[in-house]
Ligand binder design. Structure first.
Ligand SMILES: Nc1ncnc2c1ncn2[C@@H]1O[C@H](COP(=O)(O)OP(=O)(O)OP(=O)(O)O)[C@@H](O)[C@H]1O
Ligand SMILES: [Mg+2]
Length: 433
């Protein structure tokens, strides 16, 4: 049998090598599991060289040849080493004089696919406390990676992304957009200090509710872009249902927990975007989520944490969340297109150069549909124009596209029909002020 095919033997082989190659010169060393964050070059580079780790300062790390783990690097989009496998020595200098400490770190990937690592460190027993503090700092920097220009993703395939949606691109009643942005802005700029004065955790929770395709995800993206321009940390918790194979083992709640931990360790105000809140409220984890919404469980950032969640299934968010004061501070209803003017604007946006003033009349028929539907109508029509090589879009073709899509959708379980949210008073009182 070939051991290398068996992941769980990887750490055994690493430990065996440590025993033969490291322990003879470092007889007091103990071997511990450690965090993959310590082998990220971006993280190591940012560790403050004057910071004290139980009386020691980190000075440098160097790579070491090791037959058990090869040095393979994964570069990020700026060519920094994001993750790497291999063997490394970390040097720590005592602040008060004495011997330099060397810590051996071995990191190996344990699955061919996905990013699962086993990381071991061999360190002098008396440096346990220092090493723990060092790992904690590495984790903090790892979570806060690039906090100023990218959104950190938890539970998704990518580590981070750059938000690109501008407020102007979103066609919604301007009062609603202004209201939302003012709410968020006021929390960070004024609200946080009020919470602190009252001895409350500065944690505000908003919900964007609306049928599919009304622009909730777009709003989150635009909020993220705004928050980054303000220098805030933005964390995006990817949808609970679309777990990648790597995440299958972590429960969805642990993603919320990780986000809150990252927020707590951040030195700047933090915006957490949680898509599909309803998906987290299943029986297994509901109690945990409720505790988080209460703020009783959450470690918190004194600079303020704002949670913006979305749902297109508010029926699933029961009274325990909506009616109990303090769990959700405010609900914003994100509506379908409400006026002829908005329908015209939406059509113009997605038809681009093919827009024609004659379409204004037709726009009325689009009132009551979500933005995503109007976009589909436009794209469908433009595809026909391209197929038939037409110089412009005839009004009849636009109308035909609308009817075709409407028929498809009507057939699909009334998906676009006005839904009664069934939320009762909390919604009205939250939104109708
Ligand atoms: N209000 C809007 N203004 C401009 N474009 C919109 C708007 N709503 C939807 N769209 C278009 O439809 C696409 C889908 O919208 P989005 O993903 O934001 O909807 P959603 O409300 O998040 O839907 P879901 O509830 O299904 O997640 C957008 O990328 C955009 O192209
Ligand atoms: Mg969405």
């Amino acid at each position: 049998m070939n051991d290398s095919n068996h992941d769980h033997f990887k750490s055994d082989r690493m430990a065996t090598w440590i025993k033969s190659a490291w322990l003879p010169q470092h007889p007091t060393a103990i071997t511990v599991w450690t965090s993959v964050a310590v082998v990220s070059e971006t993280v190591v580079e940012r560790i403050d060289r004057s910071m004290s780790f139980a009386g020691y300062r980190f000075t440098a790390s160097e790579a070491l040849d090791c037959p058990v783990v090869a040095n393979i690097r994964q570069l990020d989009d700026r060519s920094f080493v994001w993750r790497q496998t291999g063997a490394f020595i970390y040097h720590f200098n005592p602040e008060a004089g004495g011997d330099v400490i060397d810590v051996l770190v071995l990191c190996a990937q344990i699955h061919e696919v996905g990013w699962s690592f086993v990381v071991l460190a061999a360190l002098p027993e008396h440096f346990k406390k220092g090493w723990t503090a060092f790992v904690e700092e590495a984790n903090r920097l790892d979570e806060a990676y690039d906090q100023h220009d990218r959104v950190i993703v938890i539970g998704g395939r990518q580590n981070s992304f750059v938000p690109t949606v501008d407020w102007d691109e979103i066609v919604l009643p301007s009062a609603l957009k202004t209201d939302l942005l003012n709410d968020v802005d006021a929390f960070f700029k004024k609200g946080v200090s009020i919470y602190l004065k009252l001895n409350l955790k500065p944690f505000r929770k908003l919900l964007l509710a609306g049928v599919p395709g009304t622009g909730k995800t777009m709003l989150c993206n635009a909020l993220a872009k705004w928050a980054i321009s303000e220098g805030y940390l933005v964390i995006y918790i990817s949808s609970a249902r679309k777990t990648s194979n790597e995440e299958e083992y972590t429960t969805s709640f642990s993603k919320i927990e990780r986000a809150l931990e990252a927020a707590a360790s951040s030195s700047v105000p933090t915006l957490i975007l949680l898509e599909e809140l309803d998906a987290y409220l299943h029986e297994d984890e509901k109690a945990l989520v409720l505790n988080v919404l209460d703020g009783s469980e959450a470690p918190l950032n004194t600079k303020g944490t704002l949670l913006v969640s979305t749902t297109n299934y508010p029926e699933a968010i029961d009274e325990r969340v909506l009616k109990r004061p303090g769990r959700l501070d405010r609900v914003f209803i994100i509506p379908e297109v409400k006026t002829d003017m908005d329908a015209v604007e939406m059509l113009k946006r997605y038809l681009g150069a093919m827009w024609n003033d004659e379409f204004k009349q037709f726009a009325h028929e689009l009132v009551g549909y979500p933005g995503a539907f109007i976009r589909e109508v436009a794209i469908y029509a433009l595809t026909q124009v391209a197929q038939d090589d037409l110089p412009e879009l005839p009004p009849a073709l636009l109308e035909k596209s609308f009817k075709a899509l409407k028929a498809q959708i009507d057939a699909r379980d009334n998906f676009l029909k006005q839904r009664s949210f069934g939320l009762g008073d909390p919604l009205r009182s939250a939104n109708g002020s």
